[in-house]
Every structure is written in C-alpha cells, then in structure tokens.
Design a protein around this ligand. Structure first.
Ligand code: AGP
Length: 489
C-alpha cells in the first residue's frame, strides 16, 4: 500500500498508525522487510528514543552512564564506553538515555546483559605510525605471542584449546576437514588445510565461503567444518556457517573479534587474539590465523598419530616465531628498497609450491588491494601450463622459496622465469650460495619448521605491498572500493 512512498514515509505512517509507539512501528515494519539489514530509527518528534534491529548485518549497542550508543562496529564505541551488547538477528533494541530493552519482533523480552569489550581505545590508536597497516604489520610478534599464550602444553607436547566444545572422542571420529572463509581468510584456510592434513593425516581442504553457500553443498556428518574470519561479520562466511548447520553439520570458528556474529553462531572454536585490526588490508590476523591452525593441527595430531617428539618439534618452532618475526621486521629498509624498485610495474606474478602457494596468494592479494597493481598468484608447478607466456622483462615474479623438500623443484621454476628474462625476487631462507647469482633480489626470513614456513614468509610480502602503495601515493588504510567488514552479499 505504500509502494510509491519512501521507506521513511512508510515508517512515519506506521508510527502514526501505532499511536506514536515507534518501537511497535519498527517491529511491524521489520516483519515484512526482506534481506539483510542493520537499522536504527529515530522519530524527529521523539528525539530521545532510538530503535535498532538487525538481520545479518552487525548492530552493537554501547551502554554508558546515562547515555547509550548504537554502531555497526565496536571500534566506533571504544572511546565512549566499555560495555556493549550485540543484537541477534530478528532482535530489536529500544534505547533512551536511561537504559535499554531488547525484544523479539513479536515483543517477547530477550535477556541481554552487556559484556566488557576486550580492547580499550588505545588499541585502536595509530600511535606514531603513518598508517594502521604498518602498525599492524609491526605488531605481529606481540600478536603471535597472544595467539600462543597459555595454549602450549609442554608436558604432553600438545595444545590447550579450551573453546572447541568437542571431546577428543568427537575429534577422533572426524574423517575430513573443510575450511571456509573469504579473501585473505580463505587463503589462510588453504595454509591451514596444508597444516592440518600434514600433521593429522585427515584430508583437509579450503573453499571460498562466498561460493560454497551457493552450490548446495553436500554436508557430511563426519566432516569438521571450520569458518575463518577476522571480523566475524562477513556475510558470506556467516551464511556458509548457517548452511552447514541447517544441514546438521558441525562448525568451529577461527575468529578474531570476540562476540562477533560468526563466533556466536559457531558456539566453539579458537579466538585468534591478534588485537583490533583497523586497516582494511588484513596482516597480523592472517599470520595469527596460521598460528591458530598450527595449534589446532598440533592438538588434533596428538589425539591421533603425531608422536610426542613431532609435537615437541612444532612447539619449539611456534615458540621461536615471535622473535623470528622481530628479526624480519628489523630489515624494513631493504624491503622498502625492493618495493620501490618494482612499485611502478603494471603487473606482478607470485608463485609458490604446496604450502608456499597460500603465501603467494596473500602476497598478490595485498599488492592488488592497496597498491592497485595487477598481481596474480600461481602454484609454481602451474606456471608452465599457461602463465609462462606472460613472463617478460617488465613483469617481476616473487618466488616463495622455503628451503624445504621442494626447494630444488622451485628452483627450476625460477630458472624458467629467468630464461624469459623475467625479474625474480626470491622470498627465502639463507644458506644457498648459488642463489645470489640467480635472482635479482632476495627477501630473507629465518629458518623454521617446514609447516610454519608460510607464517614467516608472508611478512616480507606484506611489507612489499605496503611500501609499494606508499610509493604510489595510495590510500593505504582505506583502499578504494573495499570495506573492512563485508556485511553484504
Ligand atoms: C584482506 O586483506 C581483505 N580485506 C579481505 O580479503 C578479507 O580478508 C575478507 O573480506 C574476509 O574478511 P573477514 O576475515 O573479516 O571475514
């Protein structure tokens, strides 16, 4: 009946029809609205009252001293209050300065107590850094320590993961692992699948959550699904979680933001504890997600056939990571010089083999996102099946080259590029005298356990993208066309 009116006019009519009861009018409107929304309504005639509702998009209520707030992200509230509550889908909050109440669309009260936010406003400050992205790259050693804190069990060479909500017997029954996430979270899932399969011998793979949800996937009861998300609010990942659960599957979350929609929907999993990530480009959460996957792989592996000695080897490797990250981050000047050298090229290739491949994907993703340079990532073995035709002196290739059992094979890919006079930048570990004469530039990281290589190899590529973007004068923290949380389909 309101077809020719705007949404605002429709609401105004409804408020009138409900005798000025704005919350009734909003609840009535929301019963017919389709699709996702996060909405807050104020009636100019009753400016002391706010009504908010959500379906799919985040709405956070901040509870202050005789003042209340509404935002879509807790980051907007941290300067005003430490007490917040997260609305659930089809829930409505009615606020005035003195307090709040939450109800369902049919006006049944929902009992919601506010929770204390995890990070104070200082954690959201840029400090002395020019960009949040650089701050967050430099925070990685501390963030990694937080991901590991209290989770390594030296006595039994395993991990403590209190929030899984699955018994060892449940975990023994798992026959497959499927990881779901979008963008960089998906790429960390590819790395996670490598780690899990290597250490548990359970077949594992990763899929883009944005595709998974649309292909009517078969859900297996002995498959463990894992949803990965920094924000915990990515609509496609949340929808994938719901799709699995609707069909009776079990999903764990690996999530950074405590209390976020995906964390709550999963009901069990691992918090990454990397701290707030403000820059649109994910950096510290990517590497800390890989650390969380290593902990999960260690835990699952030790329930199965991973020996105590192998568990101990992984623990030693994990404990060394923060200091090894610090070592990489001491080399900023060299990485910046390499970035400056190639920043103005139109294209770049990134190649990596096996667990080097997600590193290549993430390196290319960072360059595309913030420097707006066309970059493509390929498994090194795929180069000869097509992209080699594009290798030329103008296009640099970043070769992810850990010194693992595939090193010699990757060297032959490197030679194929050199033979076409393509510039080669090796992201590698020291120790091969032959390499210096065979590459144009080298970005060196310390040696670690093979399974943990992707974590350290990612750091130089984050910095390459960052310095290239700075050199090209891009808006590093808020690149064009992108949002930090993608809460729409
Ligand atoms: C990462 O740099 C990107 N901004 C993007 O790919 C991001 O990882 C993706 O949108 C998923 O976000 P989430 O981790 O918050 O779910």
């Amino acid at each position: 009946m309101f077809r020719s009116e705007t949404d605002t006019e429709v609401l105004a009519h409804l408020i009138e029809a409900f005798g000025g009861e704005i919350d009734q009018a909003v609840r009535q409107a929301l019963t017919v609205i389709q699709g996702t929304y996060g909405i807050v309504v104020i009636d100019a005639r009753q400016p002391d009252r706010l009504v908010a509702g959500r379906n799919g998009s985040p709405v956070v209520v901040g509870v202050g001293e005789r003042e209340m707030f509404i935002a879509s992200d807790v980051a907007a509230l941290v300067r005003h209050t430490e007490q917040v509550l997260y609305l659930d889908d089809h829930e409505v909050a009615v606020l005035d300065a003195g307090g709040y109440r939450t109800v369902t669309l049919d006006d049944q009260p929902t009992t919601k107590a506010p929770a204390t936010i995890q990070w104070g406003h200082e954690a959201y400050d840029r400090g002395e850094h020019e960009h949040f992205m650089l701050k967050e790259i430099l925070e990685q050693p501390d963030a990694c320590e937080r991901t590991l804190k209290g989770r390594l069990d030296l006595q039994f060479s395993t991990a403590h993961l209190g929030g899984l909500n699955l018994t060892p017997r449940d975990l023994l029954d798992i026959k497959r692992i499927k990881i779901l996430g979008c963008g960089s979270a998906f790429y960390s899932g590819i790395g996670g699948a490598h780690l899990l399969e290597a250490l548990t011998r359970v077949p594992a793979d990763a899929e883009a959550a944005s595709e998974f949800r649309y292909r009517n996937p078969v859900i297996e009861k002995d498959c463990l699904y894992i949803a990965v998300s920094q924000s915990g609010e990515t609509a496609d990942t949340l929808a994938a979680v719901h799709e699995v659960q609707r069909k009776g599957g079990r999903v764990l979350g690996i999530v950074n933001v405590v209390g976020s929609s995906i964390a709550r929907a999963c009901g069990g999993g691992i918090y990454i504890h990397a701290g707030p990530e403000v820059s649109v480009a994910s950096t510290k959460v990517f590497t800390c997600t890989l650390v969380a996957f290593a902990l999960l792989a260690l835990y699952l592996g030790r329930i199965r056939d991973l020996s105590p000695a192998a568990g101990r080897r992984l623990i030693d490797g994990l404990q060394k990571l923060p200091d090894q990250m610090r070592e990489i981050l001491r080399g900023l000047d060299h990485i910046r010089a390499v970035a400056d050298k190639y920043a103005t090229r139109d294209n770049a290739f990134y190649i990596g083999r096996a667990n080097g491949y997600p590193v290549a994907l993430e390196g290319a993703q960072k360059l595309k996102e913030i420097a707006y340079v066309h970059a493509e990532a390929y498994p090194a073995s795929e180069l000869k099946h097509g992209p080699l035709a594009l290798v030329c002196p103008e296009t640099p290739t970043f070769v992810v080259l850990p010194r693992d059992h595939l090193y010699e094979k990757s060297l032959s890919s490197l030679e194929e590029i050199r033979a076409r006079r393509g510039p080669v930048i090796a992201v590698t570990q020291a120790g091969d005298e032959r390499l210096a004469g065979r590459v144009d530039d080298m970005l060196v990281v310390p040696p670690t356990e093979d399974e943990l290589n992707p974590i350290l190899l990612t750091l130089p590529l984050q910095l390459i993208a960052y310095y290239a973007a700075v050199r090209l004068g891009r808006d590093v923290d808020q690149p064009r066309n992108l949002a930090k949380s993608v809460t729409v389909e």
